[in-house]
Design a protein around this ligand. Structure first.
Ligand code: SF4
Ligand code: SF4
Length: 172
């Protein structure tokens, strides 16, 4: 979304978040280019872009430990954090990008270190959600807004994962 932060990084020619992220204020779905984006150039309504866009920074931009290999336009991955942990969104044109080196090994390391602290790591490929654990991947398919992920734990180790409907009383 073409911005820079206090560190040495800036978006440069990357515009991948304008494709993979949902923008509620524009009713733009995830994984489709924003009509205001000039891919690899920038936002054509930059001064008037929604607050959601102005406030967004991907993890690569914010985290100095992620080197140039993780620049979203190169990696074809946009990293963000959520309440539960780390989300890795693949450019849908490169659905296996996360499986390439060095990405998959590092993503699994985050899952291993996150297990102790109840931090989840998920990969999102189009509408598909994959929960990553240190030993295996759980392909959960498409998860609707009225559904959530439930992990079965043995201590801190994830042994199974299910998708369940949210009780409507819990949604409000
Ligand atoms: S994905 Fe990150 S680096 Fe790329 S345009 Fe968006 S904020 Fe900038
Ligand atoms: S409004 Fe601009 S910054 Fe926001 S998603 Fe569209 S192109 Fe990107």
């Amino acid at each position: 979304m073409t911005s820079s932060r206090g560190n040495s990084k800036d978006c440069g020619h990357c515009t991948l978040c304008c494709k993979v992220m949902e923008i509620e204020q524009l009713r733009k779905p995830a994984h489709a280019w924003c009509p205001h984006c000039e891919p690899r150039q920038g936002c054509t309504i930059y001064r008037d872009r929604p607050r959601e866009c102005a406030e967004f920074s991907c993890l690569w931009l914010l985290n100095d430990s992620l080197d140039e290999r993780w620049m979203p336009s190169k990696a074809k991955l946009v990293l963000t954090t959520s309440e539960d942990g780390i989300e890795v969104r693949c450019d849908p044109s490169f659905p296996d990008a996360w499986r390439r080196a060095p990405y998959q090994a590092q993503i699994r390391k985050w899952a291993a270190s996150g297990e102790e602290d109840d931090v989840t790591v998920i990969v999102i490929v189009g509408q598909r959600v994959i929960l990553i654990t240190p030993t295996r991947d759980f392909d959960l398919g498409e998860i609707g807004p009225d559904e959530r992920i439930v992990r079965d734990l043995d201590g801190t180790r994830v042994v199974d994962v299910r998708v369940v409907k949210i009780n409507p009383k819990q949604q409000s």
